[in-house]
Ligand binder design. Structure first.
Ligand code: FES
Ligand SMILES: [Fe+2]
Length: 412
């Protein structure tokens, strides 16, 4: 439970907000590389943490991210022309490079003016099929993003994204909330036990338990925290536990076992979220069509793409679908979309199964307060190798620590 003031502090991300200032200290995904695939292709407008940007790929293949509105008199650069290694505003023809250099001001022939100024361009890094942008103070820019899922050979990575209504925090909360898995997702989980549902294509980790009330244990780490959902096993495995370890990686990423399925809930603004779903398979190439099918996702980036279809009430009554929607990701979206745009967390009744959710909220609030007080937020002291953090799952014998499933998460 949070007070209304704390909830606001946690959820508001626009310019000038403490949470917005915290998020701007990290590299943020602004779009997929495929959104601006072609050099000199059309520019695209994207909203991120309550601000509008234009993203374009210049003639040399370099991606530029500039404030959307032209610095001259505010026309949108998203209707501009991308040509000759820059983006040209249609209104008076000013042309800007990806680095913000003002290349031409044709309605002002004197070049001294343009040499004195720079367009608001932001640092860009392409990795993991994603265009990342840094919007924070120049002297605080961290090393480029590097996560376990992006460090795989070409062809072993699949990424997609979708726009969801609702604040980003409720999306994150769904990924660090193990106790809903055997309930909301029970239709797929039952099929996973028989081997009929195997989205990872690995034929293992069949969720071998019907314990729907896992014990949660949280441990802080250099990247945020990870937590274990510990479920009892029966029969021959009596006394052992089935454990799923999920890291929460600052500021909005979770990795889901067994294959480090990554979810990044990136705030578009206070009430819209861009959800990135990513998988890198070190062992084999990923067939993206197959990957999308198992995830019940479509490779559609249209702004009105909704992650879930309408509920099939007949299937719910017939007992063939618990939720009336097929697929884990659409089921999660169905639930988070059903909430208020910003959940009123002063009205909740939290239980022990919610301790990872509680930890995430507190971590973000404390980190935003630390930034307000002039400190560096979690993970940005220069000593953290983000690429070694993983999810993990498996059967853990009695007396063995669950951290053995994810040894690199806690090793120095
Ligand atoms: S508004 Fe862009 S060049 Fe004038
Ligand atoms: Fe879920």
């Amino acid at each position: 439970m949070l007070s209304a003031e704390e909830n606001d502090y946690l959820c508001r991300v626009g310019p000038g907000t403490p949470m917005g200032a915290l998020l701007r200290r990290y590299w943020l995904p602004i779009c997929l590389s495929s959104d601006v695939a072609e050099p000199d292709g059309p520019p695209r407008k994207f909203r991120l943490v309550g601000e509008d940007f234009v993203v374009f790929r210049d003639s040399a293949g370099t991606v530029g991210v500039l404030d959307e509105k032209c610095m001259h008199r505010g026309a949108s650069l998203a209707i501009g022309r991308v040509e000759d290694c820059g983006i040209r505003c249609l209104y008076h023809g000013w042309k800007f490079g990806a680095d913000g250099t003002i290349q031409e001001t044709p309605n002002l022939p004197d070049s001294r003016f343009r040499n004195r100024l720079r367009a608001p361009a932001h640092p860009v890094h392409e990795a993991g099929q994603i265009v990342w942008v840094y919007l924070g103070p120049a002297d605080k820019q961290p090393p480029p993003p590097s996560y376990v899922w992006m460090n795989v050979p070409p062809g072993h990575l699949a990424t997609t994204k979708a726009v969801q209504k609702g604040n980003f925090i409720q999306g994150v909360e769904g990924e660090i909330d193990s106790s809903h898995v055997g309930l909301l997702h029970q239709t797929e989980i039952a099929l996973a036990r028989t081997g009929e549902y195997d989205p990872e294509g690995i034929g293992r980790d069949r969720f071998p338990t019907t314990d729907d009330a896992p014990l949660l244990e949280v441990e802080d780490t250099k990247f945020g925290f990870h937590y274990a959902a510990i479920r009892k096993l029966g029969g021959e495995q009596e006394g052992q536990s089935y454990v799923r370890v999920t890291p929460f990686i600052m500021p909005f990423q979770a990795l889901i076992p067994p294959m480090n399925l990554g979810f990044l809930y990136v705030p578009i603004d206070d009430t819209h979220t861009c959800t990135y779903v990513v998988t890198g398979d070190p062992a084999k190439p990923i067939d993206k069509a197959d990957w999308l099918k198992w995830r019940s996702l479509e490779d559609v980036q249209a702004p009105d793409y909704v992650l879930h279809p309408a509920q099939d009430r007949e299937a719910m009554v017939a007992g063939t679908s618990f939720s009336g929607v097929a697929g884990l990701i659409p089921q999660d979206a169905l639930v988070t979309d059903s909430m208020d745009l910003i959940v009123d967390r002063s009205k909740e009744h939290l239980v022990a199964a919610d301790i990872a959710v509680v930890r995430m909220r507190r971590l973000l609030i404390d980190a935003a307060r630390a930034v307000e007080a002039g400190s560096d937020p979690v993970g940005l002291d220069g000593s953290v190798d983000w690429a070694k953090f993983t999810a993990g799952s498996g059967v853990v014998p009695q007396g063995v620590a669950w951290q053995t499933l994810v040894p690199t998460n806690v090793a120095d």
